[in-house]
Structures are given as structure tokens and as C-alpha cells.
Design a protein around this ligand. Sequence first.
Ligand SMILES: *Cc1c(COP(=O)(O)O)cnc(C)c1O
Ligand SMILES: [Zn+2]
Length: 487
Amino acid sequence: MLLKDMPNDVRDRIIPVARPLDSVMYECITCGKNYPLTQLLYTCPDDKGLLNVRNNTFDELRQQDPDMLKKIFSLRKSLDDPTIINDQALHGVFRWQELVMPAVGLEDVVYLGEANTPVIAANPFMNEYVGTTFQLKHDGIEPSVSFKDRGMASAVSFLNYLYNNGHLKGFLGICASTGDTSASATLYLSALTHNEGIHSAVLLPKGKVTPAQLSQPLAAGAQVLEVPGVFDDCMDVVQELAANYDVALLNSKNGLRILGQKTFAYETAERFAYDMKDKVIVVPIGNAGNVTSVLSGFLDLYELNMIDTLPKIVGVQSENADPVVTWYETDKFEKVDVTQTGPSTAQAAYIGNPVSFPRVEKLTQEYRSKGGNLHAVRVNEQEIMDNMLLANRNGLTVCTQGGEAIAGLKAAVEKGYVSGTEIAMVDSTSHQIKFAGFQMDYYSDKLRNPSDPGRNYGVIPKKEYVNLPQTVQKDVTAVAQTLGLTK
Ligand SMILES: *Cc1c(COP(=O)(O)O)cnc(C)c1O
Ligand SMILES: [Zn+2]
């Protein structure tokens, strides 16, 4: 729709206004101190606490009619107006600009087609299998093939804004990654690296990202450094780098990432017509940036009276990297040394010391005080693989983390955290094709091998899930026979 054809009462709100830079501030989650966003900062200089990005315009939004806000956010999706610069960016995370990043106007947004992802209803077989009705929000349908593009769009757009406005002369965008953060960061940075002084680099645990994931930062022209070790080792290095050198850290430790990722919650609420009663959100947990975003996204909507019930959140982890589940069960947080627990096919979430955990702990307290709840469940490697393969045979193209999430929903129903009358939205965080190697290894029984501990997942292939190609000759009768066709 053209801007001029938008309804009169909201037309002048469709194009978001860029507010001054001090409309947003860093806020330490430990001491509450604020810092300006003109500098790149990831932890509080005083006490090393994590920094959130605080939105100073939020009180203003609270005064506004929630139905009007819903209408504005919704109509932006249908804006197609070639006379407006970067109009398509309103189809992405900046559709929610007032909630995501009020300082950035359309002209500085890096939009590559992220967000606004499809929702797929599970078929009756899958609903019965997990024990409740569920839908899949397919965040694998994003430009770099994972949900990370939501947060990267907000973080890189903000860096672009700082650069374009002379606050930054240039920067090296860098992250540690289990594969998808690096794919996303380098893709978004590649849209900017033609500018003088903007560079891109990633640190990966050698051999612990899939071939597709390794190809992505290479394709984007980034410098790719492989470190022998696990993700937590890479994260240690980039955190030190960010503390001592002038780099733009693009891990979800950076509060700017959390902002865009909140749109998963906004879109989900919108999809349920903002009625979150008896709704459940299921997310796999790795570094805990995503679950942080989901919690704070729904809290935003609740504070703005756009929803009147907070949905239930279910976080899922592999038993080989389960610090958040242990905290949920015991109220004590202890990092897991994942070199001692065994590997995980949910490799993108295979993290023993989730950086955003302090955010999760704090937000969960607030979430519960407002009537919502967060549960956490652990699943094993067999369940992750079986659920991924089963889902893919039922119209749901999920990766191993998606299999983990579906297995987690089933486990949450079995434990009584979720009842059969609730409707779940499962976050499909990436796509089957990025993790196809695990599928093929399952088919050929290569996921258990005690002599190779790094790849000994202990997964036994179930005959009914194995599917291998058959060779046939160029002969109709032979093909027909192989297919079981009769005349
Ligand atoms: C990053 C990632 C996760 C984990 O998300 P966190 O924000 O690190 O908790 C889950 N699934 C996929 C596919 C990912 O890339
Ligand atoms: Zn502090």
C-alpha cells in the first residue's frame, strides 16, 4: 500500500521518526548506572555487569492508546511505497522502531529481508505426538537462515547510524559463534564493508560448526579464525578483545542484539491477535540471548497494555549443556564444562556458560511477579535427532535445535508444565539444510563412536526414520518395480 492510501488516523505515524541519540542509554543490570550510546560498551566500567539498552521514550509510549499502536505496527507491514527511502525496512524489525530502537530512522536501517517469518500449523499427527496443539514460527526463513538476523539487523543498523553520523570513524565487527551468529553478523556487515574503515571477523570453534555455516562468513568476505576448542573458548577471547581493544562485539552480550530479537515476541503476540492467554512459547537455549529477548519482548507489550496476559515460556537444553535447566530446578546457577559432558547435535545451542544468564535470572523474577512463568526442560541427544527427523517428515523443516525445541515441548507436556489445552508457538531457530550433516550421519549410524568422543552423541538410528537413496538403472520396468507400481 502507498503511504497516501494508509488510513487517515495513523498515516503520519507510519514512517517512524528518528529520536535523539539520548532517547536510548546503556543501563547496567547490576548497579543501574546509565551510559551514553555514543561509545561501544558491553559491560559496566564500575562492576562489569551486563548492559541493557534502555528506551527513554517508553513512558511516552505507555500514554498512547494500545490499539492505535497495534494498528500502526500492523499497517507498516503492508507499506510498499517506492517514493519512500528504504520503505521495505518497515517489513523487518524496524516495523517496531519505537520499541526496538527509537534513535534510528529508516535511512540508517540495514534491511536484508529479516523477520516477518511464516507461522506453520503442525499437522494432527504432530499435535497428538507432542500432546498439545502447536505452531512453528519459522525463523529459519531469514536471510542468513537463522533467527539471529533479527538481532543483527538492530545491532548493525545502530552501528551504521553511529558511522553515518560521525560517532564512529570505522569499526571491526567481531563475534564468537556456534555458526549462526557469525553467518548473520558477517552477512549484515557485508552490506557495509564497502565503507572505509568497516571490517568483519569471526572466531569459530574448529570443526564445531557445520560446513554450510562455515561457508557463510567466508562468502561474506570476513576474516574467519578457527580456534581449537569449544564455543565458550572463543567467547572468552572475544570478550577480552572487546574489553581491551576497539571492536564492535556482535554477540548477544551486546544489548543492541537483544532489541531486534524481541520482535519474535511482538510478531507472535500479533499472530495471536494479542491474546496470550493459554499460549506457550518454546525456545532452545544456548547463550540465552533469545530467551532474554522473548521474556523482555512480552514484558514490553504487557507494560504497554498491548497484551493483558504474559504467555508461558519453555526453554529447552540438551542434557549435555544444561546450566539453565539446572538453575530452574535447583535455583542455583553453575556453568557446565561442556568438554566433560559429551557433544550435542544441537550444536548451535551447545554452550556451558550462557553469557546472558544474569539477564534471564532478573527478567524471570519480573516475569513471574507479573503473573507469567518460565519453565526449563532438558532433552537427550536421541530425542533431539528423532524429533528433528519426525518433524521433517511432517511438513516442518526444522534443524537440530528445532528438534530440540519440539522434544522439549513434548517433555514439558509430560512433566505437566504445559497442558493439552494450551497452544504452543515453537521457535524454529534455523533450517534443516544448515544441519543436514547430522541427518545424514544418523542415517548411516555415525552418531555413536566411543573412539571419537568429540562426535560420540550416543544416538542410535531408528529404522523407521532412516532414508537413503537407491540406485536404479534407466529402465521403466525396473523403476516401476522399485516403486511398487503395478499396471
Ligand atoms: C544461537 C542459536 C540458538 C541459541 O540461541 P541463544 O540466543 O544463544 O540462546 C538456538 N538455535 C539456533 C539455530 C541458533 O543459531
Ligand atoms: Zn554497574
